[in-house]
Design a protein around this ligand. Structure first.
Ligand SMILES: O=CCCCC(=O)O
Length: 452
């Protein structure tokens, strides 16, 4: 069942039945049979349709923002911001797709060759609830321009986003056998991956979901892109404006109610400014992040996406405290709805669960580092490797530290924030492959060598 429950008040809004096995088979058949026609269109034709989709997302920004607020509690202004990046992504691939797909001549020993860039066929996308439109956009826009067709399974709490996205694509001119939404259940995924008509899968989601999809895809030798969890470090080396550093780093953590894979989840602060940072951060988090209705543009702290998500994060905080962490502020569930107080934890140490796991909610953990080397050691002491950021006043020092961090993305004096033209992805348990930028169109591409 796909179910919309308003996380701000617990009200059941809509239930949508899962697709039957026959409906799933029919959907696979459609994206398979749509491939030859779609790939045979010119890149310019496909790019023009993708550009129209960008315009339609832009026109329907309020509709999408309202849907996301209702389905997963996103603050209304953050929903509008999310559609802004969706528009950028569709425009980026519409504009740059033709150049990114141009043949690449190659001088080789004894002659010449050319690398051509073709699509590989029908793909499955499995997308999460935290950014219901952006996550779909970064998979769909490049692959439509490339010429692949798409079967999309969205999160079970986002059926309205799923339908609205399909409608925009249809209205933009994407044929109805080129992009198909399915309300498949997780139990139906193995059969989809086993189907020879499906050539690859892109999943954004939990480590657990990534492992099962990768195992299943591997069994059938299907190409996989995985964007999984993260526990991004944010290192503060020094600052000439503590107020600004505290506000900017807290904002980065609290964005989307802390439910971003690439949010800075571990603040690592050098010893000489640690106490001041923790005091000011605790004050900021306690005073500024007041819970409220996500539909109200003035609200600072919305609910989490579901009661289950809020209970899980509250339990992680409680466990951390039980294992010896210090709770500086927050930590309590607020009902009705899926609210959790904005929380600051310190004194989290190796051996505690909170030291290793991802906390997907409004919880900041602050670590004290004795030296720059110690900060890098702490930053890298994680099973994840998605993003990271380094903050300070000396550009050479920032760059030097950035080079030593094991992550797919490092930002200097800013944290996270996807942009259409910058590749996004992680290493270690954060995933496999890249999305966005030039790299994002290459994952499901046949780079064919033609020896001339
Ligand atoms: O959960 C990961 C999505 C990242 C969104 C962003 O960087 O804007």
């Amino acid at each position: 069942m796909y179910v919309v429950t308003n996380p701000a008040n617990g009200e059941l809004v809509e239930e949508v039945a899962n697709s039957t096995n026959e409906e799933v088979q029919e959907a696979i058949g459609r994206v398979h049979s749509g491939f030859p026609g779609w790939r045979s269109r010119t890149v310019a034709e496909r790019a023009a349709i993708v550009a129209r989709a960008a315009d339609l997302f832009e026109e329907r920004v309020d509709e999408f923002a309202n849907i996301m607020t209702l389905e997963m509690g996103k603050r209304i202004n953050e929903g509008r911001g999310e559609i802004g990046i969706v528009v950028d992504i569709f425009r980026y691939y519409a504009e740059h797709g033709p150049a990114l797909l141009a043949d690449e001549p190659l001088d080789i020993k004894g002659g010449r060759a050319v690398i051509t860039k073709s699509p590989i066929g029908a793909l499955l996308g499995i997308m999460p609830w935290n950014f219901p439109c952006y996550q779909v956009a970064r998979f769909v826009a490049p692959n439509l321009v490339l010429g692949n067709t798409i079967l999309l399974k969205h999160a079970s709490i986002c059926p309205r986003s799923a339908r609205a996205i399909e409608e925009v694509l249809r209205d933009a001119g994407v044929p109805d056998d080129v992009y198909v939404n399915t309300f498949a259940s997780s139990r139906q995924i193995p059969a989809i991956l086993a189907d020879p008509r499906i050539q690859g899968v892109s999943l954004t989601g939990s480590e657990q979901a990534g492992m099962s999809v990768a195992a299943e895809a591997g069994r059938h030798l299907k190409k996989t892109v995985l964007e999984l969890g993260g526990s991004d470090p944010l290192i503060v080396l020094d600052t000439d404006d503590m107020d600004e550093t505290v506000n900017a780093t807290a904002t980065a953590r609290m964005r989307n109610c802390g439910q971003s894979c690439n949010a800075p989840k571990r603040m690592i602060v050098l010893a000489d400014i640690y106490d001041e940072y923790v005091d000011q951060l605790t004050k900021r988090v306690a005073e500024y992040y007041v819970p409220g209705d996500p539909a109200d543009p003035e609200t600072k702290l919305p609910p989490l996406a579901s009661v289950a998500a809020a209970d899980e994060v509250a339990a992680q905080v409680a466990k951390a405290v039980e294992q010896g962490a210090t709770l500086r502020t927050g930590g309590h569930r607020i009902e009705p709805g899926a609210f959790l107080e904005a929380t600051v934890l310190t004194d989290v140490a190796p051996g505690m669960d909170a030291y290793y796991e991802e906390i997907f909610g409004p919880v900041v953990i602050v670590f004290r580092a004795e030296t720059e080397d110690d900060a890098v050691r702490l930053a890298n002491d994680t099973p994840f490797g998605l993003g990271a950021s380094v903050w300070g006043t000396d550009p050479d020092r920032l760059r030097r530290v950035a080079e030593r961090i094991d992550a797919g993305m490092v930002y200097l004096n800013r944290a996270g924030g996807s942009q259409a033209d910058l590749p996004f992805g992680g290493i270690k348990r954060s995933g496999i492959g890249r999305e966005l930028g030039p790299a994002g169109i290459e994952e499901f591409m046949n780079k064919k060598s033609i020896r001339l």
